[in-house]
Design a protein around this ligand. Structure first.
Ligand code: NOJ
Length: 772
């Protein structure tokens, strides 16, 4: 998507709260409940009956999706296509009344009365904004992901949408890449768990289930490996990395029943996503049995030309269709290349059977979603669902579970409001509602959004004085963000004169018992087209940080960021990553600061000391010189600042009693593992038990550690719980380039269990045929 300039300011209505879906999240929809999936045979027969009536032009249109930003001239073009039955789907309309109006037109004015399928970027919430996806991954709790997307689906469905372009399941190992925020970070195991949970949340038990929408995992595949972290640049990924690291979250999403997949923009090993038959057909359909429909990214079928992969527009359409694309997301404000398919049919460069296959898949999605029977929006119901206060409860609870506590010297946190007289809340992000929500949100209501300052004020009560200063100005981007073109999307900034505001902020810090500094990147500095060649705090925030620390007063830094930042060795008393925590972010942060909940999130990526070290995944190979592993750079240690999986708590935990059921198994058998985790501190808190495996030898050299299990648990002080894991063939196999196949070797495995990727508790077991 490249131009949101004319994006209409639309807003979901405000209205009464409604009483469906409590935290159990058995959300009801705007549509009458559909208790079970339609039988496949019925869906196919109905799709075929429609197909039989369609002209080639209608077929090509049915598999074309147009942007509708509400720009009068462009909308007219799109509406003309619709009225002629040459548009199957629209994106970027999200106002319920407008969705309803367009659907009436599609059904009432077209020859075949086929409803439109409305898709949208429902990335982390629709009206109620959840923490950003990387934050949700940091909860290490797939339930948080599932519940959040269940709420998002209920809101989107009630508004009249049918399909989310989410989750983004791209593995990201380079924090320069802005879209790291949309995924689950660097690890395929965590990524797969989060992918499947989100698909379940969006879709419910089956496609078409009440209050749910189709999920479209993206971007297939390899987008996260963009060269230099530069958004849209090519990705060159070895087969081994592709199968073992980049593809597993997609496989998990397909296994969870995702109804759609979006192909990637960029070329993977030289082949652009929308033209990659190996990925879209051989892997996705033939190997994985994917049954849904594939959409291109925006304009990506046309861009097969731009990529210099095909010579003409008709070629672009034919190559995309024959690669396995079922629907073209046409370019914003641009024409569709699929429009040329009837010509190609006539010429014989594409067959009717090829075209019908794609059309059938799109029609099947509409039939499964119940659109033929119930195409319209119940506007009253929409208002009720969109303003359901329970959705905000879900958002707050999610944000509380996502925060990652990175430092807490001398137990500075939690703060005790009874012992404090004054707090200085400082920083350009401390009172910015728009930044608190993060990028990729559109239907939000800023009035419902709680900033960190707002949350602290509400929680601290009237006896504590709370002073505020932005401290410094957040600088602008060198190149404006595509999303900044709509005024609603831009954070309203208090422009301050840094020269006077910075000393003012420092004076406030000096005069307060504790300072809470909210620093990081503005929401438009991360996301699509928001890659960065630096990990420094933007603007003069580092100067502000250093000056506040120099006061000698206790300092808590809250980082609003979705990539690791380089704080230049500053040592605030406490440091907590709060991500972009969403609608209830400030309330959640206040609950964390004042100890109503203990932070239990863990990093979903490795945090380097500085930019020069990246990429540095924890799951790397051993090398021939492991003993000098710490000396790879002559100027500094090689280790990360904070390892993958790391995060502190207000309590402490101990792992013991790591036991395997057996010391030797035969290939194909499973090993049950158990471990005790004990809360050794003085308060109830969460811990994430993480299990890592290391294979000592085999067909390939394997990473020093790989995550193969995790569980987040809440324990009372002194409580011990025995956790059980099961290591099956899935965890013990991998794809080896030695054989170009998945293998399970006869070998020795080391098992590590603990609360980060540096877990120390260990044991071993063998896989040997002699067991048999
Ligand atoms: C481009 C992005 O890459 C994709 O993730 C998004 O879903 C589409 N634009 C539609 O907005």
């Amino acid at each position: 998507m490249s131009n949101l300039m004319l994006c209409k300011r639309r807003r979901a209505g405000t209205a009464v709260a409604l009483a469906f879906a409590l935290l159990g999240l058995d959300a009801q929809s705007a549509q009458p409940a559909q208790g079970k999936p339609l039988p496949d045979a019925e869906v196919q027969a109905r799709a075929d009956a429609l197909l039989a009536k369609m002209t080639p032009e209608e077929k090509a249109g049915q598999i074309t999706q147009y942007f509708d930003f509400g720009d009068p001239q462009d909308s007219k073009r799109v509406l003309d296509e619709m009225a002629a039955g040459r548009a199957g789907s629209l994106l970027f309309v999200y106002d319920p009344a407008e969705l309803d109006r367009l659907q009436h037109m599609a059904v009432e004015r077209t020859r075949l009365k086929i409803p439109l399928l409305f898709g949208f970027d429902v990335i982390h919430g629709f009206r109620t904004i959840m923490p950003v996806p990387i934050a949700v991954a940091a909860s290490w709790d797939p339930d948080v992901a599932e519940k959040g997307q269940t709420v998002a689906a209920a809101e989107a469905r009630a508004a009249g949408l049918h399909w989310a372009f989410a989750p983004m399941v791209d593995i990201a190992r380079d924090p320069r890449w802005g879209r790291i925020i949309e995924g689950a970070g660097e690890d395929p195991y965590l990524g797969a768990a989060m992918a499947a949970a989100q698909v379940r949340g969006f879709q419910g038990d089956f496609i078409g289930s009440s209050g749910h929408i189709i999920s479209g995992p993206k971007h297939f595949a390899g987008y996260g490996a963009a060269l230099g972290g530069r958004d849209y640049d090519e990705a060159n990924i070895s087969d081994s990395e592709l199968w073992n690291t980049y593809l597993p979250p997609f496989k998990a999403a397909v296994d969870a029943g995702a109804g759609n997949i979006m192909s990637a923009y960029m070329a993977l090993n030289g082949v652009p996503g929308a033209g990659n038959r190996w990925l879209l057909t051989d892997v996705l359909r033939k190997q994985w049995g994917f049954k849904g429909f594939v959409v291109t990214d925006a304009g990506a079928a046309h861009d097969l030309l731009t990529h210099e992969f095909v010579a003409t527009e008709p070629d672009a359409a034919v190559r995309a269709l024959q690669a396995g694309v079922d629907m073209e997301m046409s370019p914003p404000f641009g024409t569709s290349v699929f429009k040329t398919l009837p010509q190609s049919l006539a010429k014989g460069t594409v067959t009717m059977a090829e075209l019908d296959t794609a059309v059938r898949r799109v029609l099947e999605a509409k039939i499964r979603m119940g659109l033929i029977e119930k195409p319209y929006v119940d506007l009253k119901q929409a208002q009720r669902v969109l303003t359901d206060p329970q959705h905000r409860v879900v958002s707050r609870a999610a944000a509380e579970r996502t925060a990652v506590l990175l430092r807490n010297e001398g137990g500075l946190l939690p703060l005790d409001p009874n012992k404090l007289k004054s707090i200085a809340v400082i920083g350009p992000l401390a009172d910015s509602a728009r930044d608190t929500l993060g990028p990729w949100v559109f239907a939000f209501d800023l009035n419902e959004t709680v900033t960190v300052l707002g949350g602290i004020k509400a929680k601290a009560g009237s006896k504590v004085r709370v002073d505020y200063s932005p401290g410094v100005t957040m600088p602008a981007r060198l190149h404006p963000s595509i999303f900044d073109q709509d005024p609603k999307m831009i954070a309203k900034r208090v422009e301050v004169d840094d020269a006077s505001e910075l000393p003012h902020a420092v004076a406030l810090a000096k005069a307060s018992d504790v300072t809470v500094l909210v620093l990081g990147e503005a929401q438009n500095m991360i996301g699509e087209q928001a890659s960065r060649s630096s990990l420094d705090l933007p603007g003069r925030q580092q100067e502000l940080l250093d000056a506040v620390i120099a006061t000698g007063k206790p300092v808590v830094v809250l980082l609003m960021s979705a990539r690791p930042l380089d704080l230049k060795n500053s040592k605030p008393g406490a440091l907590m990553n709060i991500w972009y925590p969403g609608t209830q972010g400030g309330a959640a942060v206040a609950n964390l600061l004042f100890g109503e909940v203990s932070p239990g999130g863990k990093l979903p990526y490795t945090w380097p000391r500085n930019l020069g070290q990246i990429p540095m995944p924890y799951a790397h190979l051993r090398s021939h010189q492991p003993n000098t592993g710490e000396q790879r750079y002559w100027n500094e240690p090689n280790s990360p600042l904070y390892p993958f999986g790391f995060g502190l708590s207000y309590s402490t935990f101990e792992f013991s009693n790591l036991k395997l059921d057996r010391q030797t198994i035969a290939p194909g058998e499973s090993v049950p593992v158990s471990v005790d985790v004990r809360n050794t501190g003085g308060r109830a808190a969460d811990e994430v038990a993480q299990l890592y495996l290391h294979q000592r030898y085999g067909s390939s050299a394997r990473p020093v550690r790989e995550l193969k299990g995790f569980q987040r648990v809440t324990l009372k002080p002194g409580e011990t719980r025995t956790l059980r894991f099961e290591l099956t063939t899935a965890e013990l196999s991998y794809w080896t380039s030695a054989k170009h196949a998945w293998v399970q070797d006869e070998t020795t495995f080391d098992v590590y269990v603990g609360n980060s990727s540096q877990a120390a508790l260990t044991t071993t077991f063998e896989v040997s045929k002699s067991r048999r």
